[in-house]
Design a protein around this ligand. Structure first.
Ligand SMILES: Cc1cc2nc3c(=O)[nH]c(=O)nc-3n(C[C@H](O)[C@H](O)[C@H](O)COP(=O)(O)O)c2cc1C
Length: 313
């Protein structure tokens, strides 16, 4: 029966194996709360700079915003300096979060150039030092999120995962692509399965899951303990529900209204209007009347007008 698999990270028992991935620019507090209302058992924040936290940067602190309903939550850190990552972990330990994750998969040049994100998969010594320092500075479970490797000639994820387990990691999420693949090409579920077989801590598979059924098929096929969904959840929180994505504009609008209400409650909606419109347009992909609705969404210039539009159907 789908959904009965038990995913436990240290003492944290999750209600199901479906997890919202970290998505910079998207997985803020309102979107995480929405995905939880639709069934996501665990949600990640966007990646958060260790330097931004240590130096008290306002924008970084805003990204740590959470509320009691936003649990269990994983706060994802990125950085390449073990000392700073440790200091950031100490700061995060005083926040209401459940897990600290270390980003070891981000392919963005700006991040990789500094030795962080996916670059750490090329430097297991530094990655180990970061994991040890973060574990030393927090009593929260520490997880990592990796890719399969740097390129097709360097599929190192299984050995890397073992190294991470040996250094104190409590769980591993694997995006089944290499750094060179970026977000294209096929997802390598075989390597994800090899990672699962190389460690005894929970392994979460990730990449290109767009439906609830697919999530459960991949869970069975890979033997993973959990499945992480990123882009497939954008404009589609129904990916976390057995019934799946509704086919009518009116039903999709109900989802958008729920999202807008959370944005209104937990943020400054007019300040983030562009981001909200980006989210909103995604609800109407692939349905009759969808492109006309997207045009109307992109044309609004206030949050109130967007809310009014969402209430008109
Ligand atoms: C816009 C965008 C932002 C992302 N931001 C992050 C991030 O902050 N941290 C991270 O570990 N991965 C990040 N990722 C990668 C996703 O978490 C995920 O691994 C990847 O998109 C594959 O899963 P999906 O096909 O379900 O989206 C991002 C991906 C996208 C498309």
């Amino acid at each position: 029966m789908p959904g009965t698999r038990q995913l436990q990270i240290n003492s944290l028992q999750l209600k199901n194996p479906l997890i919202l991935a970290p998505l910079a620019g998207y997985t803020d507090l309102p979107f995480r709360l929405l995905c939880r209302q639709f069934g996501a058992a665990l949600c990640y924040t966007e990646m958060i700079s260790c330097h931004g936290l240590v130096y008290d940067k306002k924008k970084t602190l805003q990204m740590t915003q959470t509320v009691p309903e936003d649990r269990p939550v994983v706060l994802q850190l990125f950085g390449a300096d073990p000392e700073k990552m440790g200091e950031a972990a100490e700061i995060v330990s005083d926040m209401a979060v459940d897990i600290i994750d270390i980003n070891m998969g981000c392919p963005v040049k700006k991040v990789v150039k500094k030795g962080a994100g996916a670059a750490l998969m090329n430097d297991p010594g530094l990655a180990a030092a970061i994991i040890r320092q973060v574990c030393k500075k927090t009593s929260l479970p520490v997880t990592i999120k990796i890719r399969t490797g740097w390129n097709h000639d360097a599929i190192v994820a299984p050995e890397f995962a073992k190294m991470a387990e040996d250094n104190g990691t409590s769980g591993i999420a694997v995006h089944g692509r290499t750094w060179t693949q970026g977000f294209g090409g096929t997802v390598d579920w075989q390597t994800i399965t090899r990672v699962k077989n190389s460690v005894s801590i929970p392994v979460i598979g990730n990449g290109d899951i767009t439906t609830y059924q697919e999530a459960h098929t991949f869970l069975e096929k890979s033997g993973c303990d959990g499945v992480m969904i990123g882009r497939g959840a954008l404009g589609n929180p129904w990916v976390f529900t057995p019934g799946g994505t509704p086919a009518t504009l009116a039903e999709r609008m109900m989802g958008l209204r729920q999202h807008l209400q959370l944005i209104q409650k937990h943020s400054d909606p007019d300040k983030i209007l562009a981001k909200t419109k980006n989210h909103a347009g995604r609800y109407f992909k692939g349905i009759p009347g969808g492109s006309s609705m997207r045009r109307k969404i992109y044309a609004v210039s206030t949050f109130a007008a967007l809310m009014e539009l969402a209430q008109s159907i």
